[in-house]
Design a protein around this ligand. Structure first.
Ligand code: FAD
Length: 405
């Protein structure tokens, strides 16, 4: 028996191994990952870790002893170089080959590079790995003025950290509002206002033409000729799925590694999970989606582990996500984009607010700000395929919890 080989020791790869053992799988499980060390969670990198509220040990998904106890063979610091599907072997960059009964690709994603002159100057950072976070944290300790390119989740979380540290921080965004791909315009406005109150400056509709400075970054040059002084620049303009290993093995690529409703590729002996995979989702009306979240990585891994241990089922878990935006906790249940109507419940000034997003009359997702009870109910409702009508959602007296029972 060759067992199960997993490429990627991030959130999805780790969970696959853990869930196989929870489900009683007794064969060999090997996790191959190019990052050094034990699997760790990325979300605190832009939050608690950047603020010094947790250390590297606090990021580990499990302590070292767990891997030996559960017979999960970690091959950290090893890069998978090629898949020979005919021979069912994974070739490592070292030249070693690992035969598999089943191969799971959990290769995640990498940061999209900023395609302008000066993007490689010292002082320009990205944030994906623990190594990135350590470099960024060290730079932050010396920084006087910070620019963040991209008003997505990670850029805004980092801007909140800078503001908390009392640093001047400017967020530069090409579109006209923050989080344009991820949240409704009403929710984005609330989040933007909170960051502005904390001291973050926003420049919307601003294209970056380059990073200037001779020996290191000194300013961000905008296409309209303005220069924004910054000795630390964080680029957060989205990610690219790591699909090259799969593509070179002639697996289908469609915005990531294309898998079916059970997260299997066109090769029945290869599955793909987490940030690198795109799958048809019942929560998107059957459309193919690729989701970058801890929930998607964890639940996708559980789905594949169940299939590999004799309980095949489609991947139908409700997508959910969270982000800490300074003092605000944003939670999203479902896939809110696209929507054509929103209904607000609650009051941002007193306690929190939720935005119910509808496509036609169907509730497709709920964005909650400091309103965790709505988030939990929304997850239950979306899983059950139910939801309040827009009129019910707008009625503060309407009992949402009762609907979810
Ligand atoms: P990854 O965690 O990226 O792991 C993939 C691993 O595979 C990497 O270690 C990579 O090096 C390795 N790999 C790739 N190719 C190879 C190869 N050929 N050989 C060997 N190894 C390889 N999500 C949330 O839900 N909430 C949050 O608040 C949140 N905050 C975040 C903050 C930050 C700073 C970042 C970076 C992400 C955040 N996310 C958050 C997203 C979440 O962390 C990801 O969606 C999740 O990590 C995806 O897990 P994954 O296992 O698919 O990919």
């Amino acid at each position: 028996m060759n067992g199960i080989v997993v490429v990627g020791t991030g959130q999805a790869g780790f969970q696959l191994g853990a869930s196989l053992r929870e489900n009683g799988y007794a064969g060999p499980v090997t996790l191959v990952g190019e990052e050094p060390g034990l699997p760790y969670g990325r979300p605190p990198l832009s939050k608690a870790y950047m603020l010094g509220k947790t250390d590297a040990a606090g990021l580990a998904l499990r302590p070292e002893a767990y891997f030996a106890e559960h017979r999960l063979t970690m091959r950290a610091g090893e890069r998978a170089a090629a898949i020979d599907r005919g021979a069912s072997i994974l070739r490592l960059a070292s030249g070693e080959v690992l035969p598999y009964d089943h191969l799971v690709l959990a290769t995640g994603s990498r940061n999209r590079p900023l395609p302008v002159p000066g993007a490689d100057l010292p002082g320009v950072h990205q944030l994906r790995t623990l190594a990135d976070a350590d470099a960024l944290k060290a730079a932050l300790a010396e920084a006087k003025a910070v620019a963040v390119v991209g008003a997505g989740f990670i850029g805004l979380e980092f801007a909140a950290v800078c503001a908390q540290k009392g640093l001047a921080v400017t967020v530069i965004e090409g579109l006209e509002r923050p989080l344009a791909r991820s949240v409704s315009s009403g929710m984005a406005a609330l989040i933007e206002a909170s960051h502005v109150r904390a001291g973050v400056r926003f420049l919307f509709g601003s294209a970056v033409a380059g990073i200037t400075g001779s020996d290191r970054a000194r300013a961000v040059a905008l296409a309209d000729g303005r220069e924004i002084p910054a000795d630390l620049v964080l680029v957060g303009i989205g990610v690219i799925p790591n699909h090259e290993l799969a593509a070179a093995a002639d697996l289908r690529i469609e915005n990531g590694i294309a898998v079916d409703a059970m997260l299997a590729t066109d090769d029945a002996r290869i599955s793909a999970i987490g940030d690198c995979a795109s799958f048809p989702s019942p929560h998107a009306g059957g459309a193919r989606v690729r989701i970058e979240s801890v929930q998607n990585a964890v639940d996708g891994a559980r789905c594949v582990a169940a299939r590999l241990t004799g309980r095949p089922a489609a991947f139908e878990a409700v997508p959910w996500f969270w982000s800490d935006q300074g003092p605000l906790k944003l939670q999203i249940a479902g896939l809110c984009q696209p929507h054509d109507r929103t209904v607000r419940r609650g009051d941002p000034e007193s306690g929190g607010v939720s935005v119910f997003c509808y496509r036609g009359d169907r509730l497709v997702g709920v964005e909650s700000l400091n309103r965790p009870a709505d988030h939990m109910v929304a997850r239950r409702l979306l899983q059950a395929g139910r939801g309040p009508t827009p009129e019910e959602a707008a009625d503060p007296g309407f009992d949402l919890k009762a609907l979810a029972l």
